[in-house]
Design a protein around this ligand. Structure first.
Ligand code: V47
Length: 473
C-alpha cells in the first residue's frame, strides 16, 4: 500500500470553504470546548467536509491510526416490553406472535458458544418485561459468569491475563474473562421497580441497590442504550413512559460511583431537531465532567463553573487538548496522592454511539430516516462536541459496514464487533442473524486506512493465538 504524507494538524485555512468555521477550527486546534451555538453552525454549514476534517483531526489526536473492534455477542433475553415506544420495532406484548423470553439455560448455552468462539464480551439487553422477577436478572448474569469461569481454558489464557492487570484495579470485573455488558439505564430502573426498591423521593438508593447486586453477580459495565434524545418534548411524543434524561443520567452516575464503566447513545433522525441533539450531547459531556473530575482530571483554567444540576462548580474537562491522557481502567492521575485518599472506584463514559433512526416496522415508519450525509455529519459533530468521551462508535449494524468505514475517516475510532445475533433493528431480509467475522472487520478497517486493534470491553488491547486470548502488556 502507498504510504501517504501525514495530515496537517488543522485543515489549512484555504481548505475551509465556509469562513464562519474558522473560529471553530481554532478552538478544535486548541482542544477547547465547543458551544451549542458552534454545534448549530456545524449542522447548518454547507461545508460538511470541513466539519469532517475537524472531527478527523480530533480522532487522530486521540487514537492516531488505531481503529477498534471486538469479538462479541449481542443477546436479547426477551422482546416483551411494558412500553410501546413509537420508534421501536423490537417490542412485543405477551402472547403476540414472535414474543419470546430466553430461559437461564438458553442464555447459559449462548454464553458457552460465545466463549468457545473466543468472544471477549456479551452485550445483553431486553424489553421491560412486566413479569420476570428480579432474581431472573441476577441469575442470568451469574450463569454467564459461571460459564466464563468453568470454560476459561476454551477462549482464555488466565496466566497471561492475570499478569497484566495491576492489583487493586478499581474494576472488579476479572480481566481476561468474558465481560458482561448488560442492561440499559431504562432496564436498571425497571428492575428497581420490580424489586420494589425504587422510591421517587430517593431514586438513586434503588438504582444503587440493583447495580450492587448485578455487579456482585458479575456485571462488568452498562451499555449506552435507552438514552434516545434528552428532551421532554421528544420524550412525550416518541417514547412516553420511558425514564427521562435526569433518571438516565442518575443511573450512569451511580454506575460510575460503583466503578462500572458505561457507554452512551443518541437516537437521532426522527422527530427531534438539531438543537435537541446538541443539548443531548451537552448533557452527556457535563455528566462526563463529573466522572472525570472524580478520577482526578482537572478543568481548564479560568473556565467558569457550570450551572447544570449535579455539575455545579465543575468546569469543562476535555480530553482533546494535546497530551491529555485518556481514561483507562488502570490510569492513575495524581500519583503523589496516597492510594488510600484517591477516590475509588471510578467509572466513566467510554463511548458515544450515534444511532441513526431506522423507521422500518415502527410506528414512525412514514418518516424517511436520516440519509448518509446526515449520518456522517452527526457522527463528526458528536466527535467534536463530546470532547471528553474517549471513543466514538460507528455501530456497523445500524450504519452498515461500508458507512462505518467512511465514519472511521470522519471521527469514529470504533465499529463494535462480530455481533452475531441482533434483534433490535434488522437489515431487510437478514432476520436476527447479523454476523460478521473478525477477519471482515479487520479487512474493512485496513481498507479504510487504519490499523485494526482488537479491544476488550474496557478498550484494553487483546492479543490472541486463535481462540485463546489475553490482554496486551
Ligand atoms: O436503546 C431502538 C435504539 C438502542 C431503533 O453501548 C433504535 O456499546 C435506531 O444502545 N432505529 C439499542 N435505533 C442499541 C444500543 C447500542 C448498540 C451498540 C453498541 C452500544 C454500546 C449500544 O437502539 C436502543 C434504542 O435507543 N433503537 N429502535 C430504531 N428503530
Amino acid at each position: 500500500m502507498t504510504t501517504l504524507a501525514p495530515l496537517p494538524a488543522t485543515p489549512p485555512a484555504t481548505l475551509i470553504r465556509d469562513a464562519a468555521l474558522e473560529p471553530i477550527a481554532a478552538k478544535v486546534e486548541a482542544g477547547e470546548r465547543l458551544s451549542i451555538a458552534d454545534g448549530e453552525l456545524l449542522f447548518s454549514t454547507p461545508d460538511i467536509w470541513t466539519v469532517c476534517a475537524l472531527a478527523d483531526q480530533v480522532r487522530r489526536r486521540l487514537h492516531g491510526d488505531a481503529a477498534y473492534y471486538n469479538i462479541n455477542r449481542h443477546l436479547n433475553y426477551s422482546n416483551i416490553c411494558a412500553l410501546s415506544c413509537k420508534f421501536c420495532e423490537f417490542y412485543r406484548k405477551r402472547g403476540d406472535e414472535g414474543a419470546y423470553e430466553r430461559s437461564i439455560e438458553e442464555v447459559r448455552a449462548e454464553a458457552r458458544r460465545a466463549i468457545e468462539a473466543g468472544a471477549t464480551e456479551m452485550h445483553i439487553v431486553g424489553g421491560l418485561h412486566p413479569y420476570l422477577p428480579f432474581e431472573y436478572y441476577t441469575d442470568l448474569v451469574r450463569a454467564i459468569r459461571e460459564e466464563a469461569d468453568a470454560h476459561c481454558g476454551a477462549g482464555f489464557q488466565p496466566a497471561r491475563a492475570t499478569e497484566t492487570v495491576q492489583a487493586g484495579s478499581p474494576h472488579h470485573n476479572e480481566p481476561g474473562r468474558l465481560h458482561i455488558k448488560a442492561f440499559t439505564a431504562v432496564e436498571i430502573v425497571h428492575l428497581a421497580k420490580i424489586a420494589k426498591v425504587y422510591k421517587q423521593h430517593d431514586r438513586t438508593a434503588g438504582i444503587r441497590w440493583v447495580l450492587e447486586r448485578l455487579k456482585a453477580a458479575g456485571l462488568g459495565s452498562l451499555p449506552g442504550g435507552g438514552a434516545e434524545v434528552f428532551d421532554d418534548r421528544v420524550h412525550d411524543e416518541a417514547f412516553k413512559g420511558k425514564i427521562r434524561s435526569d433518571v438516565w443520567l442518575d443511573v450512569h452516575r451511580v454506575a460510575h460511583e460503583l466503578g462500572l464503566n458505561t457507554n452512551a447513545t443518541i437516537l437521532y433522525g426522527h422527530i427531534e431537531d438539531k438543537r435537541e441533539r446538541l443539548v443531548h450531547m451537552d448533557m452527556l459531556r457535563r455528566a462526563q465532567d463529573v466522572a472525570l473530575g472524580r478520577m482526578g482530571y482537572e478543568s481548564m483554567e479560568g473556565t467558569e463553573a457550570r450551572g447544570h444540576e449535579g455539575t455545579e462548580g465543575i468546569g469543562p474537562i476535555t480530553l482533546t487538548r494535546p497530551g491529555t491522557p485518556l481514561p483507562h481502567p488502570d490510569l492513575t492521575l495524581r500519583a503523589s496522592v496516597p492510594s488510600s485518599l484517591r477516590p475509588s472506584p471510578c467509572g466513566y463514559f467510554q463511548t458515544i454511539t450515534p444511532l441513526p433512526f431506522i423507521p422500518d416496522g415502527s410506528d414512525l415508519e412514514a418518516l424517511p430516516g436520516p440519509g448518509g450525509l446526515e449520518n456522517l455529519r452527526t457522527l463528526a459533530i458528536a466527535r467534536l462536541m463530546l470532547d471528553n468521551f474517549p471513543h466514538v462508535k460507528a455501530f456497523w449494524i445500524m450504519q452498515t459496514l461500508g458507512m462505518a468505514q467512511l465514519m472511521l475517516q470522519n471521527g469514529a475510532d470504533d465499529i463494535d464487533g462480530t455481533v452475531v445475533w441482533y434483534d433490535i433493528t434488522k437489515v431487510e431480509g437478514s432476520g436476527t442473524h447479523q454476523e460478521t467475522t473478525a477477519a471482515d472487520l479487520r479487512h474493512a478497517i485496513v481498507e479504510a486506512g487504519f490499523e485494526p486493534v482488537e479491544r476488550d470491553t474496557l478498550y484494553r488491547r487483546v492479543e490472541r493465538d486463535g481462540k485463546p486470548w489475553w490482554l496486551a502488556e
